[in-house]
Design a protein around this ligand. Sequence first.
Ligand code: NOJ
Length: 559
Amino acid sequence: MGKWWKKAFGYQIYIRSFKDSNNDGIGDIRGIIEKLDYLSYLGINLIWICPFFKSPMDDNGYDVSDFYNVSSDYGTMNDIQELIVKAHQKKIKIIIDLILNQTSDEHLWFQESRKSKDNPYRDYYIWAPPRYINGQRVEPTNWASFFGGSCWEYDQQTNEYYMKIFSRKMPDLNWKNPRVRDEIVKMTDYWLSMGIDGFRLDAVAHLGKSDLMDSTYQTQERYKPEWEKYSNLPIVHDYLQELNQKVFSKYDIVTIGEVGGRALVEDALRYVSPKRRELNMVFNFDHNWCNNGWNRKKGEKLKIDVQAMKDIFEKWQTGLQGKGWNAIYWLNHDQPRVASHYGDRDYFHESAKMLAVCMYFMWGTPFIYNGEEIGMTNPEFKSIVDFKDVSIHNQYRINVIENKQDPTDFINYVSYSTRDNARTIMQWSNDEYAGFSNDKPWNMVNDNYRIINVKDEIVDKDSILNFYRKIVDIRLNSKYNNVIAYGKYQQLKKEHQQLYFYLRQYRTKKILVICNLTNENVKIDELEYKIINIIISNYERKEIPQEFAPYEAIVLEVE
Ligand code: NOJ
């Protein structure tokens, strides 16, 4: 208990799409400075800013070419310093992305590394010779890349392959090399000494790789998606303990690992258990795909898989509580918009507000993703040019150009899941370009900005934005702040097919959250608790109804 980040409410900023201050169509650091008043108005006290380092922007900044410099797209080092000071004046802490798994191929280390096998930087990356099968040159292993195709890229200069589990412009660093780890320690320390308050550690699960042996998966694909070959291996924990001991432990900061690759609660505990001295919490992806999205038929509406979602929340809430800390969120820049994904366009406001209640009264440090608080939705993609994400373009090349998939089918299929859904321009007002810039933005502006935007929602007391503000305020400033931050989580009526019930209890205070995760009217049985107060409800109830309306959500103080 006691650590500041246990009572923080986070807000993630995808800098490229957030606010453009100099009208070049690209969001920037001064844009964030301009919007600090808005963030204070929303009430959050922590921001996570996506990468702003120097980069050729193959993957919008997750491909860093200089860790000690800011991309000219985004501003200068002075801007960052000013942002830190001004945010701190408003009691907003700042965490930044720490990109440890890879650099850009334009980073000086890689430029050197690829020159020759005996270059001093050669072992900064993972190189391996080709195999020859029936006289054909073949990659060192058959492992897949997260972005499509092989996880290896051939480099003619030295006739070897380098590993890249993301794009070909993002070679993986070789963490076995102590010199690489020293460089990372130095860089991490540099940013902390500038005054930032912690990190979201990108792709941290993948720092360790297993021996270079083929996957034995019997799948159709040429490259096998056996992510376990480079996810959550024991060695990652040695690396993190070293980083913690040499840097993190010297500052009062928060560290949150992005832990994918099919992580289990047991894996997560190895990162966040305080006695292991690694990280404070992790973002897991388990709840990201709990609907009929992947299997939907043409024209079929998306629908939450209620039982699957409740089971996942149960697993993570009870699996970590008392053993480590938790991070909670609906989406980030790698997922579809939650209002489209789990919300319902026929009950747009009700479902968006219900989702907020459902998530943000749970246990763990919450993160809102920019635009979520106004109910931003997925855009409509019409052709491949509407997509900006490198991974979609890779998949397009493989599926449509090389394997002749029908382009319309391809676009229908990826539109549901693409990361571009979350990366459209932040909708500030109903002015041209949604008030983001005076110039044409780098990415799509969703047409619905005329009705879904910050400016209009500020003045509408029933808006999604004002509902989010209430939740942030209750969570941070009300008499319920301790029970929400520290209260024990317990799910009730686990088998209920429409409603999600959970109780939070801290000392004698108890709150009960009830959410209807469906578009149906649902009768509810008498509660076995005495109701003291209705803390918040999306149907503005004065008393608990006998029948819950579609997507109704209510939070009660009970005894
Ligand atoms: C996870 C980030 O969230 C994602 O956007 C990025 O493409 C990969 N890591 C690679 O850094």
